[in-house]
Design a protein around this ligand. Structure first.
Ligand SMILES: [Zn+2]
Length: 470
């Protein structure tokens, strides 16, 4: 289920920002990353009686009790805000949270508990709900020294407990009795170690050590260096690996071993090792230099370009010193390669998009667009000609010059199929300019001043596209 298209999505996003400002959640027991947790753990002093256990809360989002959590939110809001603000926020919150429904096999369902997956508010609601429970149930355990450390990342919690004061069975029972909606699945340490998120937590006699945890199912595959993807995307995985290696409080030998692993992954994906070294130096520099003052990126807009070939940079570089940031998407995806070939069986004259009509006498062409199919549009052009009606530039051309028009098979060509209404005009303009430059456009057709972006693509023709692309 995806909430992105839900009617209240944007309102929820806005409300979430307002909520965060007014709530003042204390976040005593939460961490935002495995790195933050690792830093906290390695600073601890422990002893022989301490043991590790992790608890995974089952299906957290679908089990959040809505009414109860709104009541908790209200109480929390009232600590820092007046009655009116609190009422306003809670009313909108209630309205949005109750808009949780989904369709399954043509039936509509509304669950009686839980927040919508993907709703911007879900995370905040989960925090309100869990932090309330933690204040009531975890704090006493910490105060009584039964547990000496508790930390949670979303729905995963790690606990260090004292074997002289409690035992795993008691902790699990206590965790599961915090709330009737909450069930946890525990994992006990084995061989003095336990994995949590992407780190391995190792219990030594007096302190905790950290290593990087890779699931046994992890493969060494990243985007291949030779693949037609933007460099940013190809390096993203390595950027992440290296930064994690450098930021985590790893021992020197563990860091070296991780660097070996990263180099091994890089080599098996055709990455030059020199590139990897360069990247490491860059990241090292970024980590050690003092944080730069954040530029206010309020005006920044994002635009997406399809990375059909590296030539696309000729265009995207033009935006370098503007407040438009460029993201790339690839058409070179598994989904594209495995897409059923249904579209290819449709004859071009039954598709919609950009077409040209070529005069049989002078061989010049008219460029047009249609959101219906080409066949229908062709018949309209012919009707204009037959009724002596110069409605289209093509009809005008045929009538004024007394040139000959032909059949659809002889004269109409699909230049670009598209079903996206908003792409019709830009594509049409592109093809008009292209034909005009080649001296193949009928004189009756008006054209705009040359668009410099189109111009660039004429001087750098894209490489031959795979047949699966439209
Ligand atoms: Zn002609």
């Amino acid at each position: 289920m995806n909430n992105r298209s839900a009617p209240a999505y944007k309102t929820a996003k806005k409300l979430n920002n307002i909520l965060k400002q007014h709530l003042h959640l204390n976040n005593y027991y939460t961490v935002n990353s495995s790195n933050e947790l690792a830093q906290n753990l390695t600073r601890l002093t422990i002893n022989d009686n301490h043991r590790l256990i992790t608890l995974d809360i089952k299906d957290l989002y679908v089990n959040i009790p809505i009414d109860e959590t709104i009541r908790t939110t209200r109480a929390q809001l009232l600590k820092h805000n007046d009655q009116q603000t609190t009422n306003q926020i809670c009313n909108i919150l209630g309205t949005i949270l109750r808009q949780n429904y989904f369709a399954f096999q043509d039936n509509c369902y509304q669950p009686d508990k839980g927040v919508a997956m993907g709703s911007p508010l879900s995370g905040t609601m989960a925090e309100v709900f869990l932090q309330q429970l933690e204040n009531l149930h975890i704090k006493p355990l910490l105060d009584s020294k039964c547990i000496v450390f508790y930390s949670r990342y979303v729905d995963d919690a790690i606990i260090i407990y004292d074997v002289t004061r409690t035992n795993p069975e008691t902790i699990i029972r206590q965790a599961n009795s915090m709330h009737s909606n909450i069930q946890t699945s525990p994992t006990l340490e084995a061989d003095n170690r336990i994995s949590f998120l992407d780190i391995l937590i190792i219990r030594k006699p007096q302190q905790i050590e950290i290593d990087i945890f890779r699931k046994p199912t992890t493969t060494d595959t990243t985007i291949n260096y030779l693949s037609n993807h933007p460099m940013e995307q190809k390096l993203a995985a390595y950027r992440y690996y290296i930064e994690r290696m450098l930021r985590l409080p790893l021992s020197h030998s563990r860091q070296l071993r991780e660097w070996q692993t990263i180099r091994h992954i890089a080599t098996s994906n055709n990455f030059p090792i020199t590139l990897l070294h360069k990247l490491k130096r860059q990241i090292q520099h970024k980590i050690t230099k003092p944080p730069t003052t954040k530029n206010t990126e309020n005006n920044t807009k994002w635009a997406t370009f399809t990375f059909s070939s590296p030539y696309i940079r000729k265009i995207t570089n033009l935006f370098r010193h503007t407040n438009i940031k460029i993201g790339y998407k690839s058409s070179n995806t598994v989904a594209q390669l495995t897409k059923p070939a249904s579209d290819r069986n449709i004859p071009p004259h039954n598709k919609s998009g950009i077409y040209c009509l070529t005069c049989k006498t002078c061989n010049l062409s008219y460029v047009g667009q249609t959101s219906r199919n080409l066949r229908t549009r062709f018949q309209e052009h012919i009707r204009y000609i037959k009724t002596n009606n110069p409605q289209s530039a093509y009809a005008q051309h045929i009538l004024h010059n007394q040139h000959e028009y032909g059949t659809i098979a002889e004269t109409m060509t699909l230049l670009q199929a598209t079903k996206t209404e908003s792409m019709l005009l830009p594509f049409e303009q592109f093809h008009i300019q292209s034909l005009h430059q080649a001296g193949k456009l009928i004189h009756e057709q008006s054209h705009n001043d040359p668009n410099p972006l189109f111009q660039l693509t004429f001087s750098h023709p894209p490489p031959t596209r795979p047949k699966t692309e439209q």
